[in-house]
Write a protein that binds this ligand. Structure first.
Ligand code: 5GP
Length: 119
């Protein structure tokens, strides 16, 4: 399935890029939820965390290494950050291409896990 992230990877939609190699692309989120809000994505089309295969695990590890590197470069390694993957409807995943949000630069809100009532 073609998503907006495939178009960003192929270059038909522009992005504010912060990292790229043969396997991974990272760019600023178009609607930042924090002072630093970068999306880190594999170039390989993987719809969600549910679709990650054993053969993809080195790629997932490399994404974490890129997140660590970008946190340092963007000045949030010491102040702290969050690396988030949304998977599926209940998470609010809007783009069906595996991606990680790197968020930081301010005190982030608590993760309550549920905005609905537990009653
Ligand atoms: P999700 O809710 O799927 O975890 O996150 C998707 C993210 O992609 C959102 O934070 C949204 O702002 C971002 N996004 C959607 N379309 C674009 C785009 O065209 N460019 C950029 N840079 N970010 C996008």
């Amino acid at each position: 399935m073609t998503t907006v992230f495939s178009k960003i990877i192929e270059g038909s939609i522009p992005c504010n890029k912060v990292f790229e190699n043969e396997r991974i692309l990272a760019f600023h989120d178009i609607e930042p939820a924090a002072p630093v809000h970068v999306l880190i994505i594999p170039k390989k089309v993987i719809a969600s965390m549910n679709d990650v295969q054993t053969e993809d695990l080195p790629l997932i590890g490399e994404i974490h290494a890129v997140a660590q590197q970008l946190a340092a470069e963007l000045g949030i390694a010491e102040t702290g950050y969050r690396l988030i993957n949304n998977c599926g409807p209940d998470s609010g995943q809007a783009v069906a291409h595996l991606h990680y949000h790197l968020l930081g630069g301010a005190r982030l809100g608590a993760l309550t896990g549920n905005s609905a009532s537990h009653a």
